[in-house]
Design a protein around this ligand. Structure first.
Ligand code: TXA
Ligand code: MG
Length: 348
């Protein structure tokens, strides 16, 4: 299959999204930008489209997809009820980087929900995403547009690298503003529960809801036999080919520890550090990749997946990353980084 890549540069957005919608209507797959990461879209009400998405990504089909809408009125037919907690979250955070889990209505196929009787719905803010979904006229099922297990794509070139020849079209809308996938909150049972942290932080959710439970999988590695509430959180994720090791604690100690670990690394292996603007000149690694300023967590979030992909392009074998405090945006950043590291962490 030939994958078409078209740039949406504001002047021609309508022509590009109309072309993409045509492909969706014919049962094809289109990758599109959102404010979080690029999504791999197909018709959300068509079981065959869901099957194609799983096949293109190499994703296990028990890992459900998120339905994306472009108007609030598209929500009601997809769900059995909209509880008061959902109403509150919607009025504060939609459109935006928040996904909500509802009890699903019958029209949502089990192929889309990985066999679950709940459905994830997201109303993205990105204008190209909204124009595209709106031109399709149906909810768009879309996981992140990476090969299963790889870092999520925040540039059209990342999607091309992973899925070229496996999907019909990529809409190139430049880089994604937030760079981490949406926050996921399950409001399908009595107590709202955070399943995946993101740019809508726990602190922001608490301001609106008063209280929110946090699924254990958000904070720690689950033991054998335990399963996360978001099925996707159990799979290996965000992994570059490099071994990723996190070192966290007081900044000076972190620098000393990383340099000690580098000096002990087998000389045949290429080492890297994912460092901040403030610490970038302190390391003895073969390559230092600068992720952003410690003072700007949003910058670190936006660049994280790009840095993990860079490790591969630079053929780095072992990469060390500085840990961050796990509050506000730090919780979401560390959640992705810990998975990329397979929970290999030094506390100093
Ligand atoms: O920001 C995002 O959410 C991006 C963009 C494209 O919108 N999408 C995204 O999709 O990250 P994906 O498929 O890579 O991650 C969706 C996560 C998975 O961990 C999946 O298991 C979980 O959401 N999920 C989907 N439906 C669910 C459901 N009904 N119950 C629990 N978890 C669900
Ligand atoms: Mg994903």
């Amino acid at each position: 299959m030939k994958t078409i890549v078209l740039k949406a540069d504001n002047k021609n957005n309508k022509a590009v999204t109309d072309k993409a919608a045509e492909i969706i209507k014919q049962g094809g797959l289109v990758a599109f930008p959102t404010e979080t990461v690029y999504g791999l879209g197909g018709n959300g009400l068509e079981p065959e489209a869901a099957k194609k998405i799983y096949a293109a990504k190499g994703r296990p089909s028990d890992n459900p997809l998120i339905l994306h809408i472009s108007e609030l009125s598209q929500l009601r037919p997809l769900v059995r009820e909209i509880p008061p907690s959902a109403e509150k979250l919607i009025s504060h955070f939609w459109p935006g980087p928040l996904t909500l889990i509802f009890k699903k209505a019958d029209i949502v196929p089990f192929e889309t929900t990985g066999g679950l009787d709940t459905v994830a719905v997201r109303f993205p803010e990105n204008s190209i995403a909204r124009e595209f979904i709106s031109a399709c006229g149906v909810p768009i099922a879309a996981p992140s547009a990476n090969s299963s297990g790889r870092p999520s794509p925040t540039r059209a070139s990342h999607v091309e690298y992973d899925l070229n020849g496996k999907i019909d079209m990529i809409i190139d809308g430049g880089h994604c503003e937030f760079g981490l996938e949406s926050t996921i909150v399950d409001i399908s049972s009595d107590k709202p529960c955070l399943l995946r942290p993101g740019s809508i932080t726990v602190e922001m959710l608490k301001d609106v809801l008063g209280e929110i439970a946090i699924d254990k999988a958000v904070l720690t590695k689950l033991e054998n036999g335990e399963s996360p509430k978001a099925p996707g959180m159990k799979y290996t994720h965000y992994s570059p080919s490099a071994r990723v090791i996190i070192v966290r604690g007081d900044s000076e100690k972190v620098i000393a520890k990383i340099n000690e670990l580098i000096s002990k690394t087998d000389k045949g292996l290429k080492t890297g550090v994912i460092a901040s603007e403030e610490t970038k000149d302190r390391y003895i690694a073969d390559e230092t990749l600068v992720i952003g300023s410690i003072k700007k967590p949003e910058e670190i979030a936006a660049n994280l997946f790009k840095m993990l992909r860079k490790c591969d392009h630079h053929n780095i074998d072992t990469v060390f990353a500085e840990g961050l405090p796990e509050n506000e945006l730090g919780l979401a950043i560390m959640n992705r980084l810990k998975k990329a590291a397979g929970y290999e962490i030094y506390d100093v």
